[in-house]
Design a protein around this ligand. Structure first.
Ligand code: X5A
Ligand code: ZN
Length: 668
């Protein structure tokens, strides 16, 4: 199933007709820049193109008052002076004679996208629209927004498709207060927004944008605000917010659909946001959301005013929706103190409403005054100051990298040793026939007694061949099945071969009875994480073992709270996921783990299975490595006290070295 791209050229018509420094950044080139870049990168051609339709007035009425709709309708016949006078009645708004038409197309595009996804025409998609929507309210235009595209899409998904749980992720740098107001007492819509806040000193200057606004009545806990109190938030801050706050809630909520208020003013270079996250970060955010709701993700453009940064971030989002692996993140993966304070206070505000957050130690920390300068992060700067300059130079070096055209996506390979297993594989996943040369295979086998038999030699030859293909960039990822008796030795060879064939950093996630291979050097090039048994232990920062959680909630907090923070902090160029003897993992759990480990590894994940695993397991892993959504884990169950304790213990042991584990500021 594919990716839809919904657009209509008419949406470039609306523009500012008079002088207004606040509004001039919302201009037609935003759409053309994004679309041009999608074409140049060969991405538009890979999508199902849908031409946007106008929303009906009845559809607008799902969230807006009839009087407000009439007021906007009547702007079509106004002259410039009247338009300007009317615009002045709202905050940060301009009307144009084409506004009504454009704004109805923007809503219509969002609705078409939701319809295409919910009727199974596509898996996911992006609506490229103007004007944006998330500030718009029942009877008011606000912040360049006329009709609330995403809110109407959510109301429509409930009304026309009968959905009961919709997650809205608003990664625009401004608070989508319009969406918050429309659903604040509605438990069927979980609204998450992070936004530049600066203790209330940033537009729209609302008290209700702070972390303690959590919804009302039946909707308590279904509004989640993460206010950023400093500019300069980067990749590590955004990923930490997803791992420690949004995703635990989202898995517990178990949405049927994910809508993204996809504003890219939260990206580097944007004059409004003054943040530092690079375009690749949006590939990671997208990928992290694709494990929810069976992969049904509808992104709708909101803000984004730096044309280059906007265009590149849009490409990253679409590429990821298409299933390509996310490129590695640049920069040190260390969240800043101010980000941790924000995440911590949002967690504390939400903890009464969510079991998944009660595992964390959520004692509130006092918020520091805004003059406080955090460690490792410059204090807030005025526009044009050093933050802007670094942003600009980082951005230009990034844009020097040639855009692959047309980007041929690499596909996984599956190497099976037992040829009688028939697998149902996606069409472009290859079943690998090749094998390494006999001399080479035998040379590796001589190091291990357990590799001497014929069938283990066959498996080893296939493994070596596949691994070379991954490291040389011929295949993205792969699966190898090995005889159970040879699991440990095969893994050992895979590690040695990976390191000698170009991997700088190798993450090994070993499930079941597999031990740290005896001859391995402790040189920081390998991070070993063993999930099995009962014991939690960190022998060093590179050698960690944790119990296999028994229930879904424990498994999720192990992935989100331990495995992924370590993986994102280590930034491996190769991940080995080994399902060893007695691994005890169910298919959906193995699929989720494997799928999420693609993120930190640029997609290079090699899964090692035992030959007697079911063909279903190999099939499901092949599909997630190919970019498909993992199956749902079923209802959320809270982690056992032992699992929660193990996680807290390991976090305590490791969070000083692995900063992505932190979800609260360090006390000094
Ligand atoms: C959609 C969006 C921003 C309005 C800023 C007004 N609106 N200063 O990004
Ligand atoms: Zn914005």
């Amino acid at each position: 199933m594919g990716t839809a791209l919904v657009y209509h050229e008419d949406m470039t018509a609306t523009r500012l007709l008079w002088d207004d420094p606040e509004c001039e950044i919302e201009r037609p080139e935003r759409l053309t820049a994004a679309l041009d870049r999608l074409r140049k990168c060969g991405l538009e051609q890979r999508c199902l193109r849908l031409s946007a339709r106008e929303a009906s007035e009845e559809e607008l009425g799902l969230v807006h008052s009839p009087d407000y709709v009439s007021l906007v309708r009547e702007t079509q016949v106004l002259g410039k002076e009247e338009l300007q006078a009317l615009s002045g009645q709202f905050d940060a708004i301009y009307f144009h004679p084409s506004t009504f038409h454009c704004a109805r197309l923007a809503v219509g595009a969002a609705l078409q996208l939701v319809d295409a996804v919910l009727t199974g025409v596509v898996q996911n998609g992006l609506a490229l629209v103007r004007p944006p929507g998330h500030h718009s309210q029942r009877a008011a235009a606000n912040g360049f927004c006329v009709f609330n595209n995403v809110a109407i899409a959510a109301a429509h998904a409930k009304q026309k498709h009968g959905l009961h749980r919709i997650l809205i992720v608003d990664w625009d740098v401004h608070h989508g207060q319009g969406i918050q107001y429309l659903f604040e007492d509605d438990p069927s819509v979980l609204y998450f927004s992070w936004h530049r806040y600066e203790h209330g000193r940033f537009w729209p200057f609302l008290r209700e944008s702070d972390a303690d606004a959590v919804g009302r009545g039946q909707g308590l806990g279904f509004t989640v605000n993460l206010p950023w109190n400093q500019v300069g938030m980067g990749n590590a801050d955004y990923v930490a917010a997803f791992l420690h706050l949004l995703l635990p809630l989202a898995f517990e909520f178990d949405p049927e659909l994910v809508l993204v208020s996809a504003g890219f003013d939260s990206a580097i270079g944007d004059p409004e946001g003054q943040m530092q996250a690079t375009p690749e970060c949006f590939a990671h955010l997208t990928q992290l959301l694709q494990v929810l709701a069976g992969g049904r993700v509808c992104a709708v453009l909101e803000g984004g005013y730096h044309l280059e940064s906007l265009a590149e971030s849009v490409c990253m989002t679409v590429r990821t929706l298409l299933g390509d692996p996310a490129p590695p993140l640049s920069g040190p993966m260390v969240p800043c103190q101010s980000a941790l304070e924000s995440i911590q206070s949002a967690c504390a505000a939400q903890a009464p409403h969510w079991k998944s957050l009660q595992l964390q130690d959520v004692t509130p920390v006092p918020t520091s005054p805004s003059t406080h300068s955090p460690e490792g992060r410059p204090p807030p700067l005025l526009p044009g100051g050093p933050v802007c300059k670094t942003a600009a130079s980082a951005l230009s070096s990034l844009l020097d990298q040639p855009c692959l055209y047309p980007a041929p996506p690499l596909c996984p390979a599956v190497a099976l040793t037992a040829p009688d297993i028939t697998l149902v594989l996606p069409p472009d996943v290859t079943q690998q026939e090749g094998s390494a040369l006999n001399e080479e295979t035998e040379a590796w086998a001589r190091a291990h007694e357990s590799l001497a038999q014929d069938e283990t030699l066959t498996a080893l030859g296939k493994l070596l061949y596949l691994l070379d293909g991954m490291l040389d960039g011929q295949v993205s990822s792969g699966i190898v099945a090995t005889p159970p008796s040879a699991a440990a030795a095969t893994l050992d060879v895979a590690i040695q071969r990976g390191l000698s064939h170009g991997a700088q950093r190798l993450l090994c996630v070993a499930l079941g009875q597999l031990d740290w291979p005896p001859d391995l050097a402790h040189d920081g090039r390998i991070l070993w994480l063993n999930i099995r048994g009962k014991e939690a232990a960190a022998l060093s920062m590179f050698q960690v073992s944790t119990p296999l959680p028994v229930v879904t909630g424990g498994f999720l907090s192990c992935i989100l709270g331990l495995v992924l923070p370590l993986a994102y902090g280590f930034q491996p160029d190769l991940v080995l996921v080994a399902l060893g003897p007695a691994h005890g993992l169910q298919g959906p759990h193995a699929a989720l783990l494997t799928s999420m480990l693609r993120g930190p590894a640029g997609g290079r994940v090699l899964a090692l299975l035992e030959e007697d695993s079911t063909p279903q397991l190999a099939g499901i892993l092949a599909r997630v490595l190919h970019g498909e959504a993992p199956p749902s884990l079923g209802p959320y169950s809270v982690a056992s006290p032992e699992d929660a304790q193990a996680l807290r213990y390991l976090r305590g042991q490791l969070e000083r070295q692995w900063k992505m584990l932190q979800c609260r500021p360090q006390t000094r």
